[in-house]
Write a protein that binds this ligand. Structure first.
Ligand code: GLY
Length: 400
């Protein structure tokens, strides 16, 4: 769209408090109906023809299902639905047992996604209900995460064995894994987690934002010298394009970077990265899977990026003066109106998820991803939809 988006945004309707409540009530029902199939198992990362199937506690994504259970628990309590809240709490506790077992046995934890796994599940369970098992599991997960820190280059490596140049890189998504480290320092009194998080944030933000404020998905560092080497995509359309979800992780990630460091330059980074995101939205404010594609494209959307970016704007709005904060809150309300009206599931017959039209990984001639979950629900899209609505409904203490 370019700069004309700002004129168009002025005309867009905002989601109303009544619509937020209606959307959350439906999400609560959907989560409750899912407990029968997904208490002793987890939802897979993405649906198939609208329906999730069960999986063990594997992959980087299961925390988002437990996160939905905790958001539903908070909503049920707010509505005075005590029995339902108890049912949800029990499910959350079963999940926490599974997460503790997973980290104790180090099952599929040899990657950087400890924050995505353990913040919305175990940190949330500890913050909300005082779960000691949740606390133990999340501290162990933070210990696991810092094993991936490279002092040469000062970053947390995303994937793969630690001693190969082809894996010597971080990815923009990791900014959302770092709140786990800040939480661990606060809980244990040990500063090592915070120090590592801060170094990673600095390295990541210094290198991942391009001159035009689009972002690299992944960035390689020189293994010998630690100097920045080059950016590359994995899930975006091509190296030089802006993968929609990467840009959305950048919006939320810069907001989180400011929350935890208080460094004013991250507010400016947030505004630039958010500006690029907004200026590349189509008319209905929900991006295609890569921001290369604009209004009228046949490419699939990634609705999860819309909700993630809205959460980032709502987070950052809390640190701005009232006028500026209201501006970003207003945009978040407009984006969420479109997600709720045009993308959210309206009936359990249609899907057992919450939001349709997300794209996990789409193969292009130029990227290196494995294609999966194209134009489906995905589990973080459902989670961030609920998180954005929860933030819009009133005060909320983040799980991050
Ligand atoms: N963090 C991986 C993704 O956003 O697909």
């Amino acid at each position: 769209m370019g700069k004309e988006i700002y004129d168009m945004l002025r005309e867009k309707p905002e989601i109303t408090p009544k619509e937020i409540n209606g959307a959350m009530d439906f999400a609560l029902e959907q989560v409750r109906d899912n407990l029968k199939d997904f208490t002793y198992s987890f939802k897979r990362a993405f649906s198939e023809q609208g329906f999730y199937t069960p999986t063990e506690n594997v992959n980087w994504t299961t925390g988002f299902w437990t996160g939905q259970v905790w958001l539903a628990w908070e909503w049920a309590r707010k509505q005075g639905q005590r029995e339902l809240a108890d049912e949800l709490k029990k499910a959350g506790e079963v999940h926490i047992d599974s997460f503790l077992d997973r980290i104790c046995h180090k099952r599929e934890v040899d990657h950087h996604d400890m924050g995505f796994l353990y913040s919305p599940s175990c940190v949330a369970g500890y913050k909300l209900t005082g779960s000691e098992k949740g606390r133990e599991a999340a501290v162990k997960a933070a210990d696991q995460l810092i094993t991936r820190f490279h002092p040469v280059g000062e970053f947390i490596q995303a994937w793969g064995p630690m001693d190969q140049p082809e894996n010597y890189r971080f990815i923009i998504d990791c900014l959302l894994n770092l709140p786990l480290l800040y939480w661990a320092s606060q809980e244990t009194g040990d500063e090592k987690y915070r120090e590592i998080a801060e170094k990673h944030i600095h390295t990541a933000i210094a290198n991942v934002i391009r001159e035009d404020y689009s972002t690299w998905h992944t960035f390689f560092m020189n293994m010998e010298t630690g100097a920045p080497d080059h950016g590359a995509t994995c899930q975006g359309y091509r190296d030089g394009s802006a993968w929609a979800r990467g840009q959305a992780w950048g919006v939320y990630g810069t907001a989180m970077a400011y929350r935890y460091t208080g460094r004013k330059e991250y507010i400016e980074d947030f505004k630039h990265v958010t500006g690029y995101f907004l200026e590349h939205l189509p008319l209905d404010l929900v991006p295609y899977w890569d921001l290369e594609f604009g209004e009228g494209s046949d490419e699939p959307r990634d609705s999860s990026s819309a909700s993630i970016a809205a959460c980032g704007m709502l987070e950052m709005a809390g640190y701005m003066d009232q006028k500026e904060g209201e501006y970003y809150k207003g945009i978040a309300r407009k984006i969420m109106k479109s997600v709720a009206d045009n993308y959210a599931v309206k009936s359990p017959k249609e899907s057992n998820g919450l939001v349709l039209h997300s794209t996990y990984s789409k193969k292009s001639p130029y990227n290196t991803c494995t294609p999966e979950g194209v134009d489906e629900c995905n589990i973080w899209g459902d989670y961030f939809y609920m998180e954005a609505l929860t933030r819009l409904a009133g005060e909320w203490n983040p799980y991050w």
